[in-house]
Design a protein. Structure first.
Ligand SMILES: Nc1ncnc2c1ncn2[C@@H]1O[C@H](COP(=O)(O)OP(=O)(O)OP(=O)(O)O)[C@@H](O)[C@H]1O
Ligand SMILES: [Mg+2]
Length: 288
């Protein structure tokens, strides 16, 4: 699904003394099967934009088109388009409520009007996708799952709606390193199977490892848009917006400040190692 955000503006408490313009003239596109990251300092408008993208709050001006259909038209086509976009809020496990994991994951498909058999089939498929064995977990209470498993069960509930674009607000927040790794692997495998992903993250290493397109919001405006290489090569501007670089890029930038300049940006430890080897003219035995 192609999502086009066109000249979107949103103001909270419009006309009141404490009105806040959260988004101003925001335009960008998300291509079918994209893996895009949305980054920005706190208060830059990320959550407001996500809510607009998933059909929750109508922009004050501008439009959001999904394959050409305006999400906010009062038509059946707009409702159908909104249902093709899935949203995983921050700490989605706080929204689990079903008596069993199965009941919880079935909630969305049931609302789509699917039969019990179809709901069950989708729930089992989604649980497998997130790495939870349905034979083992479907019948138990979601509250007896571990923290990481609960989050995955909550995501399964969104996946059971079979979204073409999945929006995730800080999906790794609060998870231990193993849980973070599993979340990255899950997003990557969903994307490889064709689901478009829009990820909000404060973790630049996660963004560099996963995203193909990066959007930077600053003060409610799109300040940058490009590949990881393009965006993370502008470290000075990012720093002025209160944003950091992925650790390998920050390390190489510190080296440059000490008079060891290198070409291009290093997004991974391997890339940084390669640049350092080139800089010092040495080559290790394992061909790094
Ligand atoms: N319900 C609201 N009422 C009034 N102002 C709001 C409301 N929600 C957000 N804002 C304001 O809109 C602006 C954008 O907020 P938003 O929550 O979209 O930012 P964010 O980028 O998601 O921040 P964070 O990284 O802290 O989650 C901020 O100035 C915020 O104070
Ligand atoms: Mg937010």
């Amino acid at each position: 699904m192609l999502v086009e955000v066109r000249n979107v503006t949103y103001t909270y408490n419009e006309g009141l003394p404490f009105e806040t313009t959260a988004l101003e003239d925001v335009s960008f596109s998300l291509r079918p099967g994209c893996f895009s990251a949305l980054i920005g300092h706190t208060g830059s408008g990320k959550s407001t934009l996500l809510q607009i993208l998933c059909g929750l709050i109508e922009p004050g001006a501008g439009s959001v088109l999904a394959d050409g259909t305006d999400l906010y038209e009062k038509t059946g086509a707009a409702l159908a388009a909104r249902r093709r976009i899935g949203m995983v809020f921050q700490y989605p496990e706080h929204q689990l409520f079903g008596e069993t994991v199965l009941a919880d994951v079935c909630f969305g498909p049931k609302n789509l009007g699917l039969s019990d058999d179809e709901c069950r089939e989708r729930a089992f498929e989604s649980l497998r996708l997130v790495g939870l064995d349905p034979d083992e977990k479907a019948g138990i209470s979601p509250f007896s799952l571990s923290g990481g498993e609960r989050r995955r069960a909550a995501i399964a509930g969104v996946l059971a709606m079979r979204p073409e674009l999945l929006i995730l607000d800080e999906p790794a927040a609060g998870l231990d390193p193993k849980g973070c790794g599993e979340m990255s692997a899950l997003m990557r495998s969903l994307n490889e199977e064709g689901t478009g992903i829009l990820l909000v993250s404060h973790d630049m290493d996660e963004v560099a490892a996963l995203a193909k397109q990066v959007l930077v919001l600053n003060g409610g405006r799109v300040a940058m848009e490009g590949t990881c290489e393009e965006v993370f090569s502008r470290g000075g501007e990012l720093a002025r917006m209160g944003l950091s670089l992925p650790a390998p890029a920050a390390f190489m930038s510190a080296m440059a400040q000490r008079g060891y300049p290198t070409e291009g940006v290093a997004l991974t430890a391997r890339q940084a190692a390669r640049k350092l080897s080139a800089l010092f003219g040495k080559r290790g035995g394992n061909g790094v």
